[in-house]
Write a protein that binds this ligand. Structure first.
Ligand code: NAD
Length: 354
């Protein structure tokens, strides 16, 4: 197939890690006879330096015409003094909004080779842990009205959801669970919050349309506990913006290594935005020591969710597993007896194993 992929390397380690993901995707294209056309654009600080704004209309238009967008990371101390409205992070927020993505996908997989980085007791890792957290991205308390009383001594933040917002997210969850192990856990706080009661009713209403998916409901406080006590019970989890923010970071802590974690932001079509969950790591930029695997694995999500290339996505994920099996590690995941490699070499190793 032919696909157009916009790349947004961004700032600090962004270009270093994005180059490795592009290399891996090019190896996939060569092996499976696809043609990926990469169109590199600026985002964040790099865009501020070149054009004075963190995201230009041209870049957004290019993203909306592409099949998928692969991003590195944006921001860093160089732009700390920039006025709030033009900060690098604003470019990312505008990009998400402009692309109409409403579902943030965060896989949490514990690579057996890196289980020593997982803070959980080894007996909890006997069953494989492979969780997909789907967080709603455009509603909830982050987008409600907020105000402070005149005397400044009380404050209010409104939480709001429409059935449409819940439904489009839940449908993605049902569809993904149907392609995986068929289990969907909907996380809410329906014992207290009206938004959560709407959330639960909506998921219940849809469940009849997906008879092959087994749905369970869990209060968010229990879900936070269960993620640590028995993480292997989860397949796909769906939740709102606020709860998802917290639970997805908790799941990242369980996986143990920031540099390994991919993510995807999806809208109603197949076009998506793919990026590692970490930031631009200014402390290690320019030294070729960053871990590119989170970005490379984001490339695998891109193949799966935007291009529908499941076999190729699995091949890329297997290549990463093989490199880890062979003992290669970047500095952030290094343990005794393993072979230390830099960012470029890690990218070469993965590309060579596809
Ligand atoms: P960070 O994720 O950049 O770094 C935290 C720590 O993890 C650092 O010690 C860093 O060296 C290390 N680290 C991160 N990614 C790594 C990788 N791939 N390989 C090896 N080590 C890695 O978080 P921060 O320091 O709080 O933020 C730095 C900048 O990134 C800030 O400007 C922040 O706003 C921005 N940021 C951007 C995004 C994004 O682009 N989506 C996300 C988070 C933070």
């Amino acid at each position: 197939m032919k696909a157009r992929i916009v790349t947004l390397p961004g700032d600090y380690i962004g270009p270093e890690i994005t180059a490795q993901a592009v290399k891996a995707l090019e190896a996939v294209a060569a092996k499976y006879g696809h043609e990926f056309l990469f169109d590199e654009r600026r985002l964040g600080g790099a865009s501020i330096d070149a054009y004075g704004v963190p995201l230009t209309e041209e870049t957004l238009a290019a993203c909306n015409e592409a099949d998928a967008v692969l991003m590195g990371s944006v921001g860093g101390p160089k732009w700390d003094g920039v006025e709030a409205a033009r900060r690098p992070e604003k470019g990312l927020l505008a990009l998400r909004k402009g692309m109409g993505v409403f579902a943030n996908l965060r896989p949490c997989t514990i690579h057996p080779q890196l289980s020593s980085a997982c803070p959980l007791r080894p007996e909890l890792l006997k069953e494989p842990i492979d969780i997909l957290i789907l967080r709603e991205l455009t509603g909830d308390i982050y987008f409600g009205r907020r105000w402070r009383a005149e005397d400044g001594r009380s404050a209010t933040d409104e939480m709001a959801y429409s059935a449409m917002e819940v439904e489009r997210l839940a449908r993605k969850g049902f569809e993904m669970a149907g392609k995986r192990r068929g289990r969907l856990c909907s996380v809410d706080k329906a014992n207290v919050l009206e938004c959560s009661r709407l959330w639960r009713e909506t998921v219940e209403r849809l469940s009849g349309e997906y008879p092959d998916v087994e749905v369970t409901y869990m209060y968010v406080d229990n879900a936070a506990m269960q993620l640590i006590l028995h993480p292997a019970q989860f397949d796909v989890m769906i939740t709102g913006n606020l709860f998802g923010d917290i639970l997805s970071d908790e799941s990242a802590a369980i996986a143990g290594s920031l540099g390994m974690m991919p993510s995807a932001s999806l809208g109603s079509g197949t076009r998506g935005l793919y990026e590692p969950i970490h930031g631009s790591a200014p402390d290690i930029a320019g030294r070729d020591i960053a871990n590119p695997l989170g970005t490379i694995l984001s490339g695998a999500l891109l193949l799966r969710h935007s291009l529908g290339l499941e076999k190729e996505a699995a091949a890329l994920e297997r290549a990463v597993e093989r490199v880890l099996d062979e003992g290669y590690r970047t500095a952030d995941i290094l343990s005794p007896g393993m072979k230390k490699v830099g960012c470029t070499q890690m990218g070469d190793l993965v590309a060579a194993r596809i």
